[in-house]
Design a binder for this molecule. Structure first.
Ligand SMILES: [Zn+2]
Length: 106
């Protein structure tokens, strides 16, 4: 599956980059997946307020391994290794379950 000029000798099936195109990135990158979210938007001097927004999740692979970016592209993002995301997701699910349990019992 390797391509000419690919330093990794590997082109993952999820990569949407045409590396042969002039000026194309050398990194492997999946198509971004948009996610509708509600985020707590901070405003200088004002209370934070819930705001509807869209973030995008992008899987990519550079020379040093796979990464998953989730962010709004400007102000807020996390760009973590896949193992890190597994830990983040596990803790997030635990905390959401903890909240759900307390909400059920009042
Ligand atoms: Zn690629």
């Amino acid at each position: 599956m390797g391509r000419e000029g690919d330093p990794h000798g590997w082109h993952p099936p999820w990569c949407v980059v045409d590396h042969d195109e002039a000026g194309a990135s050398a990194r492997h990158e999946a198509e971004g997946v948009p996610i509708a979210v509600t985020l707590l938007e901070a405003q200088a001097g004002l209370p934070s307020r819930p705001t509807s927004a869209e973030v995008v999740a992008v899987l990519h692979h550079d020379g040093d391994g796979p990464w998953l970016y989730i962010g709004d592209g400007v102000r807020q993002h996390l760009e973590l290794s896949l193992d890190s995301w597994r830990r983040v997701a596990a803790v997030a699910n635990e905390l959401i379950d903890l909240y759900d349990a307390s909400a059920r019992t009042g």
